[in-house]
Design a protein around this ligand. Structure first.
Ligand code: HEM
Ligand SMILES: *[C@@H]1O[C@H](CO)[C@@H](O)[C@H](O)[C@H]1NC(C)=O
Ligand SMILES: *[C@@H]1O[C@H](CO)[C@@H](O)[C@H](O)[C@H]1NC(C)=O
Ligand SMILES: *[C@@H]1O[C@H](CO)[C@@H](O)[C@H](O)[C@H]1NC(C)=O
Length: 494
């Protein structure tokens, strides 16, 4: 009998809590969006299976800057070059934070050991971002040693392609392994043979952990972190990422045993370990053993699948556009020939190849929604007010395919990056690495890998659709990371 008043009281209480979480929607100049339902917000109005279409409709209805409410989490989606540039570049400091990801705390992500990618905007992020950038520069981008690693790896990759003897095969695994070895050389100063079980396991785990990030479950757990308190839930979440961390721990333990502070550093891990020594007794430092594993894992996950997926797009687009492939061959023959390997110095003399690589990245559009940001204070985009603590989703796809910028946004058209005299031209709307303070820190390394792997492969081979097979599609498989639909090719030595 007494149940009804209790139920009413509980309902009123929940509505009030809900109202509290939603009050910013009534702030003046908050971006428009669909009306949220109490408790769930817009979770039911957005089709997570077909996110792109739902958002396309919302953009048509509400404009380039619109808001969503995912349970109690306020989200603003930003579309188009103008608005994305204003958010990421003009207000780079206000939008450089990341939304909290409670599920990662169970992987060891905690204060001062937050890695780089997910780190909140603050001293620990700044210290580690600076460390990664300067170590990358010292190890190679400045001194050529990393270039030698990549060139050597590209030769191994060409040898593995040649071993296929012109038969049809899917290049994905070999591309991933080659790219994985580049990161391994940076972090562990070693490479793995392509049939090494440790490498194969690492590839599998990296793939699993990426899939885990794209699922609905992490979204729900991050939006409603209370669920993580239920016994067993946290332990069951993200098994792939836990296994990946365990493997990285194994490799790091091995490395620590051979670390000699009196020798010049072999790699990024050695430099980090020296910093940990220096920071002993300083609780404020982000150089500690827990953070070493987070930073290393971040560099592997951020640097691996991105680069190899881009290369998979590049080869697919070459077999679909033989005329473009022919012109790349021609430029390689003119500038490099067959007598030596390509080097970074050639890039400036190869505008067509450079344009093709840029167009592959634009068309492939592999991280359409980028990585979520969060406002660290109230800010303004296109006249709308976005309060502190709002998750910002920047739609990079809408910039890479902005119809007001590109001549043929939805076609593969390398001429986008060439002027009438065939010179390479840059575009502000070329944003596959995002922009602003949080922009990809691996961009120089990624560019080096894309150029050296791509030109080495095209120097050695002609690629084609295997005889008797249908033309593969150039539609991507929609995920957090968009890869081409599975395809096979033939590589014939030139
Ligand atoms: C074609 C290859 C690549 C693409 C398309 C790419 C793209 C991106 C994008 C879109 C972001 C998010 C930026 C943002 O939040 O605004 C990002 C962040 C990041 N990337 Fe890359 N990336 C690539 C390769 C690499 C490589 C090779 C490395 C490292 C060796 C790397 C390391 C990182 C890191 C550490 C971050 C986080 C930066 C931060 O939060 O401060 N990426 N990348
Ligand atoms: C991003 O932009 C593309 C192209 O304009 C659109 O199809 C997609 O629905 C947009 N996604 C979001 C989340 O707004
Ligand atoms: C953003 O910054 C650029 C260059 O600093 C400036 O030209 C542009 O007007 C700014 N945009 C807005 C909306 O403030
Ligand atoms: C992390 O660093 C901050 C300052 O950067 C310091 O105040 C805090 O005590 C440190 N936290 C831990 C858990 O070590």
């Amino acid at each position: 009998m007494g149940l009804l008043p209790v139920a009413v009281a509980v309902a009123i209480f929940l509505l009030l809590v809900d109202l509290m979480h939603r009050r910013q929607r009534w702030a003046a100049r908050y971006p428009p969006g669909p009306m949220p339902v109490p408790g769930l917000g817009n979770l039911l109005q957005v089709d997570f299976q077909n996110m792109a279409y739902s958002c396309y409709k919302l953009r048509n209805r509400f404009g380039d800057v619109f808001s969503l409410q995912l349970a109690w989490k306020p989200v603003v989606v930003v579309n188009g070059l103008q608005a994305v540039r204003e958010a990421l570049v003009n207000h780079s400091e206000d939008t450089a934070d990341r939304p909290p990801m409670p599920i990662y705390e169970h992987l060891g992500l905690r204060q001062n050991s937050t890695g780089v990618v997910m780190a909140p905007y603050g001293p620990a992020w700044r210290e580690q971002r600076r460390f990664s950038v300067s170590t990358l520069r010292n190890f190679g981008l400045g001194k050529k040693s990393l270039e030698q690693w990549v060139t050597k790896e590209a030769s191994c990759l060409c040898a593995a392609f040649a071993n296929q003897d012109g038969r049809a095969f899917s290049p994905n695994t070999l591309l991933s392994q080659a790219v994985c070895n580049v990161i391994a050389s940076l972090i562990y100063a070693r490479r793995f043979e392509y049939d090494d079980p440790a490498l194969i396991r690492m590839m599998d785990l990296l793939e699993d952990s990426l899939k885990e990030d794209s699922g609905l479950m992490p979204q729900v757990l991050n939006a409603v972190p209370m669920l993580l308190r239920i016994p067993g839930v946290a332990e069951k979440a993200l098994p792939g990422q836990k296994a990946l961390l365990a493997l990285i721990d194994e490799l790091l333990t091995e490395h620590k045993m051979t670390h000699d502070p009196n020798q010049p550093p072999r790699d990024l891990t050695d430099v980090f370990l020296t910093e940990v020594e220096k920071a002993k007794g300083n609780p404020e430092s982000s150089f500690n053993d827990e953070n070493l594993r987070m930073v290393v894992t971040d560099l592997f996950t951020a640097g691996m699948a991105t680069t190899s997926t881009t290369l998979a797009w590049a080869l697919l687009l070459m077999i679909l556009h033989p005329d473009v492939q022919r012109r790349v061959h021609q430029e390689i023959d003119e500038v490099i020939g067959q007598g030596r390997r390509p080097e970074m110095g050639d890039q400036a003399h190869m505008p067509f190849t450079n344009a093709v690589i840029h167009e592959v990245q634009r068309f492939g559009d592999i991280i359409p929604m980028s990585v979520p940001h969060m406002t660290s204070r109230d800010t303004e985009v296109q006249g709308f007010l976005i309060p502190k603590g709002t998750t910002i989703i920047t739609n990079l796809s809408s910039v890479l395919k902005d119809e007001t910028v590109w001549e043929k946004p939805f076609r593969f058209h390398p001429e986008h990056f060439l002027d009438t005299e065939g010179r390479f031209v840059k575009f502000e709307a070329f944003m596959p690495f995002s922009a602003g303070r949080r922009a990809c820190l691996g961009e120089p390394l990624a560019r080096m890998e894309l150029f050296l792997f791509f030109t080495c492969l095209l120097q050695c081979f002609s690629f084609s659709v295997p005889e008797g097979q249908p033309q593969p599609s150039d539609y991507g498989v929609p995920y957090f990371l968009v890869s081409p639909s599975p395809y096979q090719l033939c590589a014939v030595s030139r």
